[in-house]
Design a binder for this molecule. Structure first.
Ligand SMILES: O=P(O)(O)OC[C@H]1O[C@H](OP(=O)(O)OP(=O)(O)O)[C@H](O)[C@@H]1O
Ligand SMILES: O=c1[nH]c(=O)c2nc[nH]c2[nH]1
Ligand SMILES: [Mg+2]
Length: 170
């Protein structure tokens, strides 16, 4: 987590960005034969998946549980703790047609690539994307630079920060 730039996201902003993503996905629904189900990539995808499910009226919601080890192993090393249910796979023609895969962000693209292997015809949507991960997301709302770390509201709390003038002394 040594990115020099910080992009802190409040709950309000995250909700607005998820709704912007929902609007984009609504606009793409007809061309994709409608959205029938959501697969949330845990854990970060759970919050946007809930908001998008509410906005798009989707009640068939599944998880794929993936752990990555950005901090203490090679970036991109992934462990699938729980795959996608066979019911959802067979119900989407075996390839994910009409399925939305939702995550909070794509960074290197490794997580999204892993899930695309499971459902090649699904539509991958993330709220934020960094350049290396952009090509893995079919739809996203905001791109941030690769050297930016996105701080999500569930990882933060209100706390005191030094004034800018004080930071210069440290
Ligand atoms: O494009 P990538 O380089 O694969 O990185 C993106 C993934 O990293 C984060 O999840 P993380 O694995 O940290 O776990 P979490 O969602 O449980 O917080 C984020 O939520 C994405 O799923
Ligand atoms: O909270 C996070 N912010 C990020 O920018 C990021 N990239 C990979 N994984 C991440 N998690
Ligand atoms: Mg994640």
């Amino acid at each position: 987590m040594s990115s020099p730039k910080k992009f802190p996201v409040s709950w309000d902003q995250f909700h607005r960005d998820c709704k912007a993503l929902a609007w984009r996905l609504t606009g793409l629904a007809d061309a994709n034969g409608g959205w029938n189900a959501i697969v949330a990539i845990t854990r970060g995808g759970l919050v946007p998946a809930a908001i998008i499910a509410r906005e798009l009226g989707i009640r068939n919601i599944e998880t794929v549980c993936i752990a990555s080890y950005h901090e203490y192993k090679d970036q991109g090393e992934l462990e699938v703790l729980k795959g996608i249910s066979p019911d959802l796979i067979s119900g989407s023609g075996g390839q994910g047609e009409g399925v939305l895969i939702i995550d909070d962000l794509t960074d290197t693209g490794a997580t999204a690539r892993k899930v695309r292997e499971m459902l090649p015809k699904a539509h991958i949507a993330t709220v934020y994307a960094k350049p290396k991960g952009c090509e893995m997301a079919d739809t996203f709302v905001t791109e941030v630079s690769q050297d930016t770390w996105i701080y999500f509201p569930w990882d933060m709390e209100m706390s005191y920060v030094e004034p800018i003038s004080g930071l210069k002394d440290g």
